[in-house]
Design a protein around this ligand. Sequence first.
Ligand SMILES: Cc1ncc(COP(=O)(O)O)c(C=O)c1O
Length: 385
Amino acid sequence: MKHLAKRITGTSKKSFGMYGRAAAMTGRDLIHMELGRPHADTPDHIKEATIAAIRAGKVHYSNLPGELHLRQALKEKLARQNAMEVTTDQIIVTNGLTHASYAAIMAFIDDGDEAILLEPYYPQHIGKIELAGGKVVMAPLGEDFRIDPALIAPKITARTKMIVLINPCNPTGRVYSREELQGLADLAIKHDLLVIADEVYKDILFDGAKHISIATLPGMAERTVSMFAFTKSYAMDGWRIGYMTAPDWAIPALLKITANDVTHVNTFIQEGALAAITGDPAVLAGLIAEDREKRDIVVTRLNQMAGVTCAWPEGTIYAFPSIKGTGLGSQIVAERLLDETGVVVEAGSFYGAAGEGHLRVCFGSLSTPHITEAMDRMQRFFGAL
Ligand SMILES: Cc1ncc(COP(=O)(O)O)c(C=O)c1O
């Protein structure tokens, strides 16, 4: 394929894991718990505001970083909920979190630069780092998937440019404590590294867990790009809208990428996003309460299965049970679950070697009756192993 750019041929092929395998099966009664797609429909007031914006003629080009009134509302929300003090000029509205992280990686990674991912990791960030010419370096999370600076420090070299942090964490469901984040911040400051903070699950918290943006720790605002999206919290995955905050020095670089790749986010979609964050907070609380109920069913049931133990996720829409008690590898178990029961979950090894011995089970993507059916099938499967 002589016409293809080296950035395509020289980078690893994206794997779709168990999703790819399940998609190739037709005519089977599958229950999908492998994809991180919200089950709820987008709330009506968000749809109505978007339709009204189209009717009102908000169909033309607008501001490159995003509509000013949306950025103003985001600034107030970030101050209120994340104790994050930024100006509207420090906010860029993006096509989902994927676009924000793409822009940040393109803006800062040069050929041969290294980006550290904490393992188990969210695989999508790898492709972007490679497309930018960078090298992905894995640093394992510690016991109980906590951030352990002693495991990260040996991975830092003269070429390390950034650490990618996912908090709350996909796939583990952990929400990092201030002490853990401080350990990471100390390393970033000591070695003059950037932190790319993927906080796409920041609203989905359980049992009083508190999400802390690493950018709010002393000395971190000037080296952190914090990234958020409407995707998971407001069931807006297909809308493709998110936002990022960055220090003033980084904004022109980030805008250089976003202005060149998408110009700006769809004008009328931004009105839907505004309605999401300015609307009745009970709507968001209701969506999260649904996730919590489903989490409770899934984790309770997983812990009743032979050879399975599952920690309680503090946030996100994922449970990450250990299947070490079965003595089998995670890929084998995920494949056998699919083949023998039709329940699709992802193997922990899909998220790196540190995820081996686990499965990622998404409880956010199904209705409660489907979840119960999936748990029944899984319980029979593990009981019969
Ligand atoms: C950790 C993480 N970051 C980013 C994304 C993608 O977000 P978006 O759809 O807003 O681009 C996901 C989706 O699953 C995710 O889990």
